[in-house]
Design a protein around this ligand. Structure first.
Ligand SMILES: N[C@@H](CCC(=O)N[C@@H](CS)C(=O)NCC(=O)O)C(=O)O
Length: 268
C-alpha cells in the first residue's frame, strides 16, 4: 500500500477537520467527534499528524495550533476557526454541536464540576503521567528519582479518581460526559505508564464502562489503533515472552526507585 502523503495543509472546506495522532490527548478529540457522529450524524474529516515526524511544529500547523501539539480542530463552518487543547476542544464541540446535551451539561453547577475535572486532567493527570512515560520509557538513561516521582504522582492522581468513583459511575452528575472523555485516554494507558489499573477497582470499572462504547472504540482507532491500551498491553504480556521480560525488568526498576526514595502510596 502506498504511504499516505505527509500532511502539509488543511484538506476539507466544510464541517470539522481534526488534526491528530493516536495519543491520550489526541483521542479526546476523536472520541467526542465519534460520539457526536453517532448521536447526531455529524461527520468530520481527519488527518493523521505523525508527531514522531514533527509535522505539528511546521508553520502551517502552528498557525492553527500555536503550541505545536496535537490535537487541533478547525471548524470550516465557522470561518476556519481553529481550537487547540483538549479541554477547549471538548467544550467547543459540545457547545456548538451537542444541542441535546448528551455529553455536556446545562446546570451551571454541573458545568463547573465538569470544568474542574477537565482542569484537573490538564494540570495534573496529563502532565504527571506524561512525565512518568518520559522517565520510565523515553529517557536514554534511567533516573530513579524521576521514575518514582512521576509514577508516584500518577498513582496519587488516579487514586483520586478511584475514590470519587466509589459512589458514582461517571465523574459528573452520574452521566457519561466530556469530563470522563478528558481523562479516559490517560487511564486507558495506565499499565503502559507503570501503574496497574487492577489496584484501582472503581476506576477499572469506569474504564471498562467507557471502553465498551462503540464510539470510543472508533475514536481510539483514529488515525490507527494503537497498541498501548491496558487491554492490548496485558494481552501482549501473555503472548510475547520477550516483551513480558522487558516489562518485568521495567516494573522492578520502578519498584527499586520507589524503595530508594522511601516512596509510600498516599492519595490525596
Ligand atoms: N494539554 C494539551 C496537550 C497536548 C499534547 O501534549 N499533545 C502531545 C501528544 S499527547 C503532542 O502533541 N506531542 C508532540 C510534541 O510535544 O511535539 C491537550 O490536552 O490537548
Amino acid at each position: 500500500m502506498a504511504e499516505p502523503q505527509r500532511p502539509n495543509g488543511l484538506i476539507a472546506n466544510k464541517g470539522i477537520e481534526l488534526l491528530t495522532w493516536g495519543t491520550p490527548n489526541g483521542v479526546k478529540a476523536s472520541i467526542i467527534l465519534e460520539e457526536l457522529k453517532e448521536a447526531y450524524g455529524k461527520d468530520y474529516t481527519w488527518q493523521g499528524i505523525n508527531i514522531g515526524q514533527n509535522i505539528q511544529k511546521e508553520e502551517w500547523f502552528t498557525k492553527l495550533g500555536p503550541n505545536g501539539r496535537i490535537p487541533v480542530i478547525v471548524d470550516h463552518d465557522k470561518g476556519g476557526f481553529a481550537v487547540q487543547e483538549g479541554l477547549a476542544i471538548l467544550a467547543y464541540l459540545t457547545r456548538h454541536y451537542d444541542p441535546d446535551h448528551k455529553f455536556s451539561f446545562t446546570d451551571p453547577l454541573d458545568i463547573s464540576r465538569a470544568e474542574q475535572w477537565m482542569a484537573w486532567q490538564h494540570g495534573g493527570l496529563g502532565p504527571m503521567q506524561g512525565q512518568a512515560n518520559h522517565f520510565n520509557r523515553f529517557t536514554k538513561e534511567r533516573i530513579p528519582y524521576g521514575m518514582q516521582r512521576y509514577t508516584g504522582e500518577t498513582e496519587r492522581l488516579v487514586g483520586i479518581l478511584d475514590s470519587h468513583l466509589k459512589t458514582q459511575d461517571y465523574l459528573v452528575g452520574n452521566k457519561y460526559s466530556i469530563a470522563d472523555i478528558a481523562s479516559f485516554g490517560w487511564v486507558n494507558i495506565l499499565n503502559f505508564s507503570g501503574v496497574d489499573i487492577d489496584q484501582f477497582p472503581n476506576l477499572k470499572k469506569w474504564w471498562q464502562r467507557i471502553n465498551e462504547r462503540p464510539a470510543v472504540q472508533r475514536g481510539l482507532a483514529v488515525p490507527s489503533k494503537g497498541g498501548f491500551g491496558n487491554e492490548s498491553y496485558k494481552q501482549r504480556l501473555k503472548d510475547d515472552s520477550e516483551f513480558a521480560g522487558k516489562e518485568k525488568e521495567l516494573r522492578d526498576a520502578i519498584g527499586k526507585a520507589k524503595e530508594q526514595y522511601g516512596y509510600v502510596y498516599k492519595s490525596p
